[in-house]
Design a protein around this ligand. Sequence first.
Ligand code: QAP
Ligand code: CO
Length: 175
Amino acid sequence: MKLTIVEYPNKKLKEKSKAVEKFGKELHELLDAMYETMLKSNGIGLAAIQVGHAKQALLLNIPDEEDKQSIDTLIEMINPIIIQKNGETVYQEGCLSVPSFYEDINRYENITVNYQDRDGNTKTVEASGLLSIAIQHEIDHLNGILFIDKLSYSRRKKFEKEYKRVQKEKKLSKS
Ligand code: QAP
Ligand code: CO
């Protein structure tokens, strides 16, 4: 399966993803293809809607202490729900669907998440640090929310201006 990343301002990113009900070959192929796409794009997180599939599925691959990513630390979450949240933290986030733009975003510091794995087994994870932030960012995608939607009015206006300028430059460099 060949996947391409959907980029802002594509309206697809505003779609709400549907719960996964079938845990079979089709889901596994999507997850495998998403992993390849995330690796190639140097991402640490990816939601299915970012490759055009409105399904409640996401990947997380947080680098270790040596800043290395490995398939051993890959987490696949299907139908995730945050059941507990605590504290506050700020992190400069980015997104594969909003390339070359980073901004400080407020998130909960600690969360507990219920989800299913690729075979439909129920799991619970307590997360803090970058994993907690990444899960919240990716679950937002399932609800059609991007990190730039959390910016103040003035920062959002600054973003729109900056993003349009960068998109124009990209077009020019290709022609
Ligand atoms: C979401 O983001 C996230 O602009 C995952 O040029 C962000 O993988 C989770 C990326 C922050 C936790 C903290 C962005 C790659 C990757 C870019 C990503 C780019 C190349 C973003
Ligand atoms: Co994102």
